[in-house]
Ligand binder design. Sequence first.
Ligand SMILES: C[S@@+](CC[C@H](N)C(=O)[O-])C[C@H]1O[C@@H](n2cnc3c(N)ncnc32)[C@H](O)[C@@H]1O
Length: 273
Amino acid sequence: MKMNGISKTALMCAHCMGNSGIPYCREISLALPQIENITRQIFGDYFKEAMALIPPLLALRHLSLTAAIKATGVKGLLEIGCGLNPRCFILSEDPKFSVVETDLEPIVNLKIELLAQLLRRRYNYYAEVADARSTLDLIRASNLLPAGPIAIACAGLFPYFPISEKNLIVSAINEVMYLRPGSVWLATSQDFITAQQLDMLMANETLRAIINGMHEISEKTFYDNAFPKGDDINEFLNYHRLKFASRKQNDIVPNFPATDLCKGSEIWEMRLV
Ligand SMILES: C[S@@+](CC[C@H](N)C(=O)[O-])C[C@H]1O[C@@H](n2cnc3c(N)ncnc32)[C@H](O)[C@@H]1O
């Protein structure tokens, strides 16, 4: 399978999820043997430590976000920046639940190849190229879903965009929610990381090495893109007229053996007011 132009962090996430026991993760990582080396390059000398810390974080994020989507009771999902995450493969096992997952073209092509390899054609599953910053792209993708309120989900996308572009993404999401009253946007607290929180993480030698490894494959650092403080997030959400409710990821999935690093992570549910 071709890996040109594919986000290395998406490949790293897929490798880290490989042994999670979550459906399709093993198959996806076995279909892409190159992703272990890419993950080793990112974490360098701290590969072993990273493989103890990052997989539980990603598995809990996946499980809690998927459970939170189901709990909303909606019958459709627009996933933005889906990477190789299998959520849409899993949710579309229910023929009454429709999904459209979106990302940049190389990932979408790879996802379609994986789908062909792992599943039969599903009439409630779509994979579409969509730039998260484009209102038109998100509306076009969401139009593939049956009428009615939907969930919009993204995980691990926001930290890669400066605030100016986060504004574009949220405006596009809001437009989709406006056109489908009752819709809800679900994200994770990790997507709204602040510079203050990054400072705390960077004080730990292992986490600093892991984060610096991720900075090396990005054009910008997480600091360049972070909200300065918690108040700035409130201001941002107010500006976009979003009402927000949060729940601890570990409360949504209580039997998950969360590590200390996972414990503060939340799922944020946002609705237009
Ligand atoms: C860190 S990965 C997270 C992937 C996935 N959500 C997960 O949890 O494994 C970020 C994803 O955002 C995608 N991405 C980057 N820029 C994008 C854009 N402008 N529009 C849509 N997706 C984008 C990347 O291709 C990548 O798949």
